[in-house]
Design a protein around this ligand. Structure first.
Ligand SMILES: [Fe+2]
Length: 434
């Protein structure tokens, strides 16, 4: 039997619930204290909530109801996450240190954390969600016109993005740094730099407000992560000055109303995200699955694509929608910086019986940042003394590679290639932070 139930440190503002860790259908967590054994009659190997009889008196009620939203056709454990509460400001206090350590421990154990939205954030998410619904309802031609030849911001139709050779059904509006044509980096034709082709002000304003708030939240999380890793303050935040933060506003069609370009029931295939971390909000439909960190799964997506990894394995965790929370998963650059102490979280999306909306904010290094593995801390993980580590990873090149690979036919990629913009990535001014 897996031993997920361990008591967590008694921190003042750690979690609203008593536990900040994954649980599965086979435990009876809420009614019982941590460490209780599995109820009789439950089998961890068959821990699929949808198979539990709703009338079973042994069925843990809240876990069962969390699992009810799992998309049909998927076998997975159900993640029951404790909810962290972040402070208004990170000062480096004893409480901040303990919280940072708890966050790092939770990511290492579960691959994901969940934190409470403030009242203000609930409103920001509600407005962004409404704007997203409004946008995706527009006629295809109107949405498809929202593209830009210089930036990768704008519309991506269902079936346009490919993961591990199979079309994804996600319909996306990507928001990157919105730079007008007079901006020096745009005039100098830096790859990926350009305007965001907003459809209208009704979309632009709520998204910008929400992103600005999430940017501040992202900085707080980075400061807490530094404390939790035991590295010098500023070791991570020095990279996010003028960070290349961006957002994927997502809609998933119901599983019975797709255009047939992808695989039945699959919204997005298994992959890791490429940056530091992703703060996400989702509506109440459900579709996100993640994998917990596995000792034997030390892949480096920035060297070799990890897309499709273990997509059909049976030890995925379903992340059920919980009202009023953000979730945070880690990306490739966090794994690289922490010398594999924290690892990028593989995730995938299943299609449900209803359409689903989600919002993924990517908190990222500056486009110009050259990342080098952190010194010290990180649980004493070995320092990489190779020449490659000494050279570091240029985030702008990493980002450009990812988007060119994902969208080979987009006008942005075609213009980038036609104008030979890619070679600019080698220039010193694109590799020096301001
Ligand atoms: Fe992702």
């Amino acid at each position: 039997m897996m031993t997920l139930n361990r008591p967590v440190a008694p921190l003042a503002r750690l979690a609203i619930g008593s536990r900040a860790m994954l649980s599965t259908a086979s435990y009876s967590p809420l009614e019982s204290g941590p460490g209780m054994s599995m109820p009789p009659g439950f089998d961890t190997k068959k821990a699929q909530l949808t198979r539990l009889s709703p009338s079973s008196p042994k069925a843990p009620s809240r876990v069962s109801s969390l699992g009810k939203t799992m998309p049909p056709g998927f076998k997975a454990h159900v993640a029951e996450l404790g909810t962290f509460v972040l402070p208004d400001r990170v000062t480096g206090s004893v409480g901040d240190r303990a919280l940072g350590k708890a966050l790092v421990d939770a990511w290492r154990r579960d691959g994901i954390i969940q934190f409470a939205m403030s009242e203000h954030q609930r409103k920001l998410w509600a407005d962004a969600y409404a704007a997203s619904r409004r946008f995706f309802k527009k006629p295809h031609a109107e949405k498809a016109a929202c593209v830009d030849s210089q930036s990768y911001a704008g519309y991506i139709a269902s079936g346009e993005e490919v993961t591990d050779g199979i079309a994804d059904y996600s319909e996306i509006f990507t928001i990157t740094k919105d730079l007008d044509m007079a901006e020096p980096r745009v005039r100098a034709k830096w790859p990926c730099h350009g305007p965001c082709p907003w459809p209208d002000i009704e979309m632009k304003e709520p998204m910008e407000r929400y992103n600005e708030n999430l940017g501040a939240e992202g900085e707080k999380l980075l400061q807490l992560t530094e404390l939790g890793l035991g590295v010098e303050p500023g070791s991570l935040t020095k990279y996010t000055r003028d960070g290349w933060h961006h957002t994927r506003v997502l809609r998933f069609p119901p599983r019975n109303a797709t255009n047939g370009k992808g695989k039945e029931g699959r919204g997005i295939g298994s992959h890791t995200d490429y940056g530091l971390f992703v703060i996400a909000a989702q509506d109440d439909v459900g579709g996100l699955f993640i994998r917990r960190p596995h000792e034997e799964e030390k892949f480096a997506n920035w060297e070799k694509s990890a897309a499709g990894l273990k997509e059909d394995a049976d030890d995925w965790y379903y992340v059920p929608p919980v009202d009023g929370v953000h979730t945070v998963i880690l990306g490739d650059m966090m794994q690289y910086l922490t010398r594999n102490y924290l690892t990028a979280t593989p995730h995938k999306v299943g299609l449900n019986t209803k359409e689903r909306f989600a919002y993924a904010y990517f908190h990222e290094p500056s486009f110009q940042a050259v990342l080098k593995p952190l010194e010290g801390g990180c649980g004493g993980m070995m320092q990489d003394k190779s020449e490659r580590a000494a050279n570091g990873i240029h985030y702008g090149t990493h980002f450009t590679n990812m988007f060119m690979r994902n969208y080979p036919d987009r006008i942005t990629t075609k213009r980038l290639v036609a104008e030979d913009r890619y070679r600019l990535l080698e220039q010193p001014e694109l590799r020096t932070m301001n």
